[in-house]
Design a protein around this ligand. Sequence first.
Ligand code: ATP
Ligand code: MG
Length: 573
Amino acid sequence: MIEPASHNKTRMPWKGSGLSLKKRSTKELQKLNIEAGAAMGELVRSSFGPCGMRKMISDDKGQTRLTGDGEAIVRALEVRGGWYRGASGYGDSERGQIEPTIKNPICKIMAQAAAALDVELGDGIKSMLILAGALLTNAEHLLDDGLASDLIVSGYKKAYDKAVQIITGASLVIAHQDANVLRNLAMTSIRSKDVGSAGEHIRDISMAASDMILDDHPCGRDINMNEVLENVKFVKRSGKSIADTELIKGLVVEKAIVNSGMPRRVDNARILVLESPLELDRKEFHARIEGRQGSLKAFLDQEDRLRDAWIRKVVECAANVVLCQRGIDVKTQINLAKNGVLGVHWVSRQDVERIAKATGAKVMINISDVGSEDLGAAQLVEERMVGKDKMVFMEGCEQPKCVSILIRAGLDKEADETESALTDAICSLASVRSCDRIVGGAGAVEMEVAKKLRSYSVKVSSKEQLAIGAFADSLEAIPESLARNAGLDATDVKLGLRSAHEKEEGSWLGVNVLSRKIENTLTCGIIEPYGVKKRVLRTAVEVASTIVRTANIISLRPNREAASSPHTADGGA
Ligand SMILES: Nc1ncnc2c1ncn2[C@@H]1O[C@H](COP(=O)(O)OP(=O)(O)OP(=O)(O)O)[C@@H](O)[C@H]1O
Ligand SMILES: [Mg+2]
């Protein structure tokens, strides 16, 4: 149970300082922090892996979301922007429920680490929280046994360095075009999301999308997942089923065509993308009319001449689609329609950039500078009804660097989950492109590292040996959690895996929770990117080490707020 601050009964204000001394020993405070951090691991543990449970997240507006996605769960805690507000209703921690009134900075540290990992990797959030939680729980046991926190931290650091060597040794280099490996990688990510029987369809979409957007990316170079996901536009609409989700080789703009006189469909589209408006600034125009009375006709003529110049430019460069970030006025719309040009206005900045990437168009600031070489191309631009909304589809782009995925699902919640599945799979495929190595999933690599760390630990003569052993035990939390969520006996599975890994050729053995057997993960296709495993482990160790070393938390917030935060200890023992 994470205790709220009101449990600190003795408060002795230091004269005039505004500080108060709470009678808790440093060790007690350390343990409270550790328990708070470990509770975050417990919070997501039951959602981990293909057999994980979903969490019902409901916000204060009464909106609910059903998800097993680590990022969505952590985001729902609303800790990123402010103080932790708790997760009433979905805290199923065994150590204790996370209470709705807690404002816990330690939980916030965990959540921030998860958020940073999500930006970097897009997957592996729950793995990191579970590992960090296990490292913290085992650190607590070591503290109870009298080990100093700096020895625990340095032992964890040694174990981490060794673990990276072991993971590298246990990984397999792959040819990045190996379609079978890529299929399995994507499927390992998708399996833990709730997409019903559409898993393979979602897998194929994620593979095709990542192929297009990563086409230019040199293998072996680091990839920024934010940039990768920027290039995929997800459009979600309920209705139909997940199996109707489709990849658009181009872009979908959630806008209708601007004028009913314009064509609804243009084949072999030549697309002009404009940042500036195709309308005149009315305010400026009125001011001029007032200043020079009687010359209204001259002004109107001048306005028409300007419009004519725009249309001439469009016709000159043979554009048949105009997409404008700003407005297109009615007269210009009519002129464009007369020339058979399809127009969309008030396209968002982000969509304008994406259209440029998808179609190869240049975003033009000034229409008078447009040449035919600045236009983008798509096989087809068409307005379609999706559910009850009109959208403009630009598809059949050649080598698009940006694509759209139109997600269909019976319920909004399913659409959200499908988006999570797609982003995780795309990120996993992008990760493997940057490292070209894979490791066994389903706890295989964790068991292998744990085994080798145990034999390494006995070579360390200091007390750090205990911390290295505790690190090895913590890694086993991964297969244990997978097994427990599948209704298997976690201890049996752990012991079974330990003995299996002692055998020759045992290093790829993991627990396949679908067949409920210990299997070779390489042959049964449960594989993960090497880079993700390494990064997840690093974040878990870093965050656990930070928390183990934290005792007092000094609050700089106003007194009343500080009083309600957990062990806002201004003085320790
Ligand atoms: N058939 C399977 N049997 C056992 N484990 C599996 C199977 N398929 C995938 N896994 C494992 O499931 C784990 C991934 O689960 P999950 O996606 O729920 O967690 P995460 O990736 O850490 O979190 P998130 O996806 O929310 O960021 C990996 O360890 C992976 O190896
Ligand atoms: Mg995942």
